[in-house]
Design a protein around this ligand. Structure first.
Ligand SMILES: Nc1ncnc2c1ncn2[C@@H]1O[C@H](COP(=O)(O)OP(=O)(O)OP(=O)(O)O)[C@@H](O)[C@H]1O
Length: 273
């Protein structure tokens, strides 16, 4: 199993295609008809005010939430629901859902490591139990992934013996070990102190440079501006803007984006623009 899969430059099928996705919780429509293409082999950042629906969209793409309407394709293959010729949706079989879902990796804000397992144990567990790999092979692969995030010398440590930044890097190694085609990040540095945030962003920057497809929900505007190839700006459940960092962050700026950025710049959360 290869540890990296730089996407071929000729692959022009988007890694993720979101078509007309809405999501309702009770009477509240938190996603209102989202259309979004996530290019293969590049980083796309989802930004927007708190409550605008970023995590919900990411969770729909990971199939942790089911979109109320609309469809999502992973490299052209439908995830969860297929769309018929008349636009009607039908649910795919659990096997088909699992097969497409397994091509997506996800890293959460809370690292979600198993406290009773070492860093290496956390990285190897799904390889052994889900992918049915021999423990020794899984450990070789797990060590390679830990070294990719700079933690080979922490393999035998338990989560409680690691800093928050190190724990998040273990979580990234765990996701990478399953060789995903697309890696989703849901505010991966939001629970970290500023000095630990940098080490996680550096690992993500390296992954972006290696040609992986990343879709990142983040409030780190500086990261989005420098690493994102595409920036999608969500506001009140709508995709208000979608373009390159130059298009979104250059002048003139969309007034709503300008207002959002000022809020964050005032709070000192973004300093690189
Ligand atoms: N399981 C749920 N049940 C009911 N409402 C939900 C649920 N999940 C999210 N919401 C609501 O959906 C809206 C969008 O939430 P979401 O977490 O997607 O926003 P966000 O842009 O990621 O915000 P933040 O930046 O604060 O994480 C919010 O109003 C939230 O309260």
């Amino acid at each position: 199993m290869s540890s990296t899969r730089p996407s071929p430059a000729t692959d022009d099928i988007p890694a993720v295609t979101v078509k007309g996705v809405t999501k309702r919780f009770g009477d509240t429509e938190v996603l209102q008809g989202i259309d979004l293409s996530v290019p293969t082999g590049a980083t796309t950042c989802l930004i927007g005010p708190s409550g605008s629906g970023k995590s919900t969209l990411l969770r729909c793409i990971a199939f942790l939430e089911e979109a109320t309407t609309g469809t999502i394709l992973i490299h052209g293959d439908p995830l969860g629901f297929a769309e018929g010729p008349n636009g009607q949706r039908s649910r795919l079989s659990p096997q088909k859902i699992r097969a497409v879902r397994s091509r997506i990796g996800m890293v959460f804000q809370q690292f979600n490591l198993w406290p009773h397992m070492t860093a290496l144990g956390n990285v190897c567990e799904a390889l052994v139990t889900v992918r049915k790999m021999k423990r020794s092979e899984a450990e070789d692969l797990g060590m390679a992934q830990l070294s990719r995030v700079g933690l080979e010398n922490r393999a035998g440590h338990y989560p409680s013996e690691l800093s928050g930044g190190q724990q998040q890097r273990v979580a990234i190694a765990r996701a990478l070990a399953l060789d995903p085609e697309i890696l989703l990040f849901d505010e991966p540095t939001a629970s970290l102190d500023p000095e630990l945030t940098g080490e996680v962003l550096n690992v993500m920057r390296d992954l972006a440079d290696s040609g992986m497809t990343l879709l990142v929900v983040t409030h780190e505007i500086g990261f989005a501006a420098t690493v994102g190839r595409r920036i999608a700006f969500l506001d009140h459940g709508k995709l208000l803007l979608n373009g390159t960092p130059q298009e979104l962050f250059g002048e003139p700026r969309h007034p709503r984006l300008g207002q959002f950025l000022e809020t964050y710049l005032d709070r000192g959360a973004a300093t690189l623009l």
